[in-house]
Design a protein around this ligand. Structure first.
Ligand code: 0O2
Length: 263
């Protein structure tokens, strides 16, 4: 008799902890004005009905469920660009021995599934200390682009709707979509490379810089540097329409220097 609450507890904790870790990592890039290779992080623990269905499909005995089903805990890392996938894989490998062990990797980017499915999978062992004690949780990390994710979510829903037997005409159209999605990923990669934005965050825009400058002005105001704060406020208003990104970046640097002088 399986006690589902007890069995799934460490898996729930593992996906919660891992999501926080990957989201924090992504936020760190943003805080430094750098482009994060991680766009989104999703987590899920497989529902008991899916666990039972998969165990049945793969002939896994009930008492070997946890040893043989490697994706009860699942983390999905969504990237903007194809090249970000390699970076995320590299970052995960750096964690080896730190907070996880990598068990296996499956590269469905180089070798797409016959369905057209593309993704990079890593099976990791992640130790948790939960209410029931310590447990090494096996977790599947899927890394893919937004385009791959879009395709796979729709295809996955169709698998369910058709009980795993998607009619041939739909499968053909899905394959066509997978090819188009692949083309889109490659075009975005080229645009990314050609625009020469390197490691900078392409979402850095005038509103982002203006907000950063106002944040600095407020720090100066609160620290008693009211004259300097007033001066930069006026400069900001004067240049709001005509200033370019470089002008705002320079003002941020100048105000950063003033703030550093306060410390
Ligand atoms: P769910 O509902 O997402 O959890 P295998 O029998 O060897 O092909 P295995 O051993 O589970 O499958 O490993 P694999 O192939 O790496 O697949 C693990 C997960 O990858 C799947 O879990 C899916 O999430 C995803 N996946 C694999 N192939 C496909 C595909 O063709 N289409 C889509 N949309 N997703 C896929 P589950 O348990 O199948 O599904």
């Amino acid at each position: 008799m399986i006690n589902w609450d007890e069995m799934l507890l460490p898996y729930e904790q593992a996906v919660s902890e891992l999501s926080v870790k990957f989201r924090s990592l992504a936020a760190g890039y943003g805080a430094l004005g750098m482009a994060s290779p991680i766009e989104l992080v999703a987590q899920r623990v497989k529902h008991p009905s899916s666990i039972l269905a998969k165990a049945k499909r793969k002939n896994i005995p009930w008492d070997e469920l946890e040893d043989q089903l490697e994706d009860i805990a699942g983390i999905r890392i969504i990237c903007r660009f194809l090249e970000d996938i390699d970076e995320v894989v590299r970052l995960i490998k750096l964690r080896e021995g730190m907070d996880m062990t990598i068990k296996t990797e499956r590269d469905y980017l180089k070798n797409a599934k016959p369905s057209g499915y593309k993704s990079y999978h890593m099976i990791v062992i992640y130790p948790v200390m939960c209410a029931l004690g310590r447990k090494n949780v096996t977790c599947e990390i899927q890394i893919r682009t937004m385009a791959m994710n879009y395709w796979s979510i729709i295809e996955h829903d169709l698998q369910y709707k058709h009980d795993g037997k998607i009619p041939l005409p739909i499968r053909e159209r899905l394959l066509y979509c997978a090819i188009k999605s692949d083309e889109m990923d490659r075009q975005f990669s080229l645009i990314h490379e050609e625009s020469g934005i390197g490691g900078e965050d392409i979402s850095v825009s005038k509103p982002v810089l203006v907000d950063a400058l106002i944040k600095n002005i407020r720090i100066l105001q609160r620290s008693g540097k009211t004259a300097e704060a007033g001066q930069y406020n006026m400069k900001l208003i004067d240049m709001y329409d005509t200033g370019d990104l470089q002008d705002f970046a320079e003002m941020i640097e100048e105000t950063n220097a003033l703030i550093n002088g306060l410390l």
